[in-house]
Design a protein around this ligand. Structure first.
Ligand code: FES
Length: 140
């Protein structure tokens, strides 16, 4: 297993009941990796612990700044990676594999394709002890 996958924290179901009291404050957060793990232009998928069932999201390094988005196109709510875990075209836009919508990786705004003008659902990130944590957005 690559080291990047080992760092993704996802509590096992059997341990959930035991962990609720301990992680209640962070029940809507997940560790997506270590700071510095993701080089500029790279993307990495992770699962958000949303109510009901986990929701796929991804983090992208945009010129040294990490941004994260729910992996759900704003045209039709489908995942967007055109090859597993690949989101960016050669100009650095996030591209939806289904109908080719293009989104800015820094703002999530659609700049081409059917959902033009709409924005991806942003995932708040924060850094703690060298780890990058993602929070389930209120919109989910
Ligand atoms: S589903 Fe993404 S552009 Fe249509």
């Amino acid at each position: 297993m690559p080291s990047s996958e080992r760092e993704i924290h996802w509590p096992a179901r059997r341990a959930r009941a035991r962990q609720i009291a301990i992680v209640e404050q962070s029940a809507r957060e997940v560790v997506v990796g270590a700071v510095g793990d993701l080089p500029p232009g790279a993307t990495r998928k992770f699962l958000l612990p949303a109510a009901g069932e986990p929701v796929e999201a991804f983090v992208v390094n945009v010129d040294g700044t990490l941004r994260a988005w729910v992996n759900r196109c704003r045209h039709v709510p489908l995942t967007m990676d055109w090859v597993e875990n690949r989101f960016l075209d050669d100009r650095g836009f996030i591209v939806c594999a289904t109908h080719g919508a293009r989104y800015r990786p820094d703002t999530g705004e659609c700049v081409g394709g059917p959902p033009i003008g709409r924005r991806l659902i942003g995932v708040p990130l924060r850094v703690e002890d060298g780890r990058v944590l993602a929070t389930v957005p209120d919109e989910l």
